[in-house]
Design a binder for this molecule. Sequence first.
Ligand code: BG6
Length: 518
Amino acid sequence: MTDNKNEPISAHEAVYFIFGATGDLARRKLFPALYSLYREGKLGERFAIVGLARRPRTNDQFRDDVHESIQEFCRYKPSEKEAWNAFVEHFTYQSLDIGNVEAFKQLKAHTEEIEKSYDIPGNRLFYLALAPELFGNVSRNLRDGGMLESKGWHRLVIEKPFGYDYPSAERLNEEIRQVFREEAVFRIDHYLGKEMVQNIEVIRLSNAFFEPLWNNNHIANVQITLAETVGVEERGAYYNKSGALRDMVQNHMLQMLTMIAMEPPSRLDAEDIRDEKVKVLRSVRNLSSLDEIGENIVRGQYSEGSSRGKELKGYRQEDSVDPNSVTETFFAARLFVDNFRWAGVPFYVRTGKRLPVKSTEIVIEFKNVPNNVLFAKRQNLSPNLLVIRVNPMEGIYIRFNAKKPGNDMTVQPVAMEFCQSCQVGLNTPEAYERLIFDAARGDHTYFTRWDELAVAWKLIDPIAAAWRENEGKDLQFYPAGSWGPEKSEDLLTREGFHWWPVNGQDEDNVIWVSNTSK
Ligand code: BG6
């Protein structure tokens, strides 16, 4: 079968097959990621990349496409001619009908030639930048076409959506598993490749002033916001079926929540970490009845609006969107993780398209000091916050109380920020770079395991079912460019909380100390 564990694990010495090589993902993310890895010496010299798609293309045309993609999207620009040629000669292109096993046999012959010329010991990584309906077919044809017979390892890298609900995800998984063992499958959630999502573990577990407080004795609530300014762009047909629930919550939002809430693993190895993440997902309280959902979830859809002086269409006016669509472009929820560490702590999550800013942030709000003593007796103290900035700014800040300079004992909030992206500049590796590198090294830590995915779907399915049942009666409209339906505030005000402003904006009373010029 696959993934021969006795073979040395190496990021080098492999052939990378990019299925869907003429598509958007390859152009925007995969070629740039491969180039950055190459520039940083992480691919070595004994590697080859085979682009595959139905469209006929010569090697030269393909190499030109790769050049354009890197010029436009990569954090490194193409190097001088000679160095560039040395890189791009690793790329070849094969037009492939993925339904035809004979084509895979030809691919095998082509691959063996390449492996010989680069002295690659048969390690093969198959990146399927394709629609998930094709995963099963491609896997079978890889096997039947003899592509999995070489001596080295064989790994399959796939992208969401992994199904539409639990039953379809299970079917998809079964198809893949007939060919690839779980250990050979790398399911990408690109949020797990983000620097600051990976940093959550370090911030939590390596700091004496956070680790002991990381529980319901000290944390009042957690807020996770993933705000986007874009609408559905040209993805109306896909999005109208998926909505924010399947597009963002089932994967990115739940992944961030598990990274915050998981127990420290006993070892920092992939399986121990993923075991802990599954336990969190199993502890998330299931919301299934219409009443529970009405009380804890807000779904919204953007209507016409404006942002920065630009008029914006409503979702129903977007291309390929049904004009009566009840698909949600905004989702907010109050979730609970019912275990000893987190009992009683609300996790508020929200995500939406056409919001005022592009920003992903996680706010940990700490409980107040007793309000009948010392300073709290005299004034309203602000809670302490730890804010993890995930995207596009990367960094953290903490907000605490200090004395306002002067003679009276006035207390004032102060924020101290470490802006990571400002430090390292634009050169922090992109999520796809880390993930491709990890897959090539055989490190599963930041990939979604099947049982994780299964539990996530089981949380999502009852919500989708209840929404189907009420036919969009609870859908709230919000003007494009706003922060979503007002009802999403009510989720928090009930408990005396509010959404903290993203980017710390609008907070005039806070004094900032930062390594940026804020
Ligand atoms: C993708 C979603 O998974 O994540 C998109 O399909 C969304 O709808 C994107 O725009 C957001 O990713 P990022 O990294 O830009 O926050």
